[in-house]
Write a protein that binds this ligand. Sequence first.
Ligand SMILES: C[S@@+](CC[C@H](N)C(=O)[O-])C[C@H]1O[C@@H](n2cnc3c(N)ncnc32)[C@H](O)[C@@H]1O
Length: 246
Amino acid sequence: MTAIPYDRRTAEDYRAAREVPRAGLAAWREIIGKEARLTPGGTVLDVGAGTGAFASAFHEWFGVRVLAVEPAEAMRALIPSAEGIEVLDGRAESLPVADGCADAAWLGSVVHHLSDPRAAARELRRALKPGAPVLIRNVFPGRAARDLRVRYFPATERAISTYPSVERICEAFDTAGFSRVALHSVPQESAPTLAAFADSIRRDADSKLRGITDEEFASGMADLRAAAEAGPAEPATSWMDLLVLS
Ligand SMILES: C[S@@+](CC[C@H](N)C(=O)[O-])C[C@H]1O[C@@H](n2cnc3c(N)ncnc32)[C@H](O)[C@@H]1O
């Protein structure tokens, strides 16, 4: 897929348009707690931390120290500064951290950006303590039907079809000694209602929606508004995968 230049405007747009409200992430908190068994004082490596939504969440949810590694300066600038969150310039393929420093690694919507997934896997093997999990949150080709944007704007699957599949990521990580532990489909509440979700959509700030035609976008918005009217109390629930390797 085409690399996105994360400049200041794109970074601010990303934060405004793509960050899921913390309250909508309860199921993520629960499944991460089960899979990673993090304890206060532990260390999580957030690779491709973006604007830091998950770095802050991990710190608050589990009391861990977060090493937030992010290559784009404009994204790093928006990571909330907090004791317990260390912001580092770097990329997955060459992590700026010590050997064996982390109890878990988190890659949220990052694997489709990696230039060399095998190099990233080698680096994660080096940076993690033995047995520590790699938690990968992503949409994967062939598994995205319950993503809200795909549900209402099916043409967004064109972009997702270029992402690495679960199998490809597992193969790349296998070369560094990681095995697949679990694959969960996890819900998140993107907005309290479908109407609120429709109101929050900013096509100019969303690369997947920019990648579809005007007709496809208009048709999706009409379907979404109709669904919001038919089910005014229905929450805007979207699903993504959590792939766990260890
Ligand atoms: C879609 S954003 C996700 C941000 C954040 N993880 C989240 O879930 O909100 C993808 C991020 O990956 C970063 N990125 C791109 N290539 C990367 C690489 N090779 N290693 C680490 N991060 C990378 C981008 O700069 C961007 O901030």
